[in-house]
Write a new protein. Sequence first.
Length: 147
Amino acid sequence: MADNTAPGRTSWHFWTIGVVSLLWNSIGGIDYVMTKTRNPDWLASFTPEQIAWFESFPFWANVAWALGVWGAFAGSVLLLMKKAWAYQAFAISFIGLVLASIYQFGLGNMPESLMTTGGMAFTAFLWAVAIFLVWYAGRLRKDGVLT
């Protein structure tokens, strides 16, 4: 990744992407905790059918969801700390996303009310962000920014 910053300094895109990814992945963590703790205010926008579907996830799909969320959060923190482990954390997050998506879209009989255009666009965005963060952390590791 070509960069014109002085030696020893980190580029503007590193800090921008790092902070934005931490904020973004914090939202995922909040969603996970609020859903898993059955926070009534958080779940108020969902139908009883949708809530029942969330609660019916098998153990492995819950583990995949947790890996996706917490791997991404850890990756963001490690990225900002300039640690090479950010790459592995984002890769684990991506694997979690893949497995969770297999359940959600293939095995889990997702309610039709969640299969909206907006929902599918959001899912596509999640995938794009996850792929980008794995690539970005890998590139920074290769370039020696992450140690």
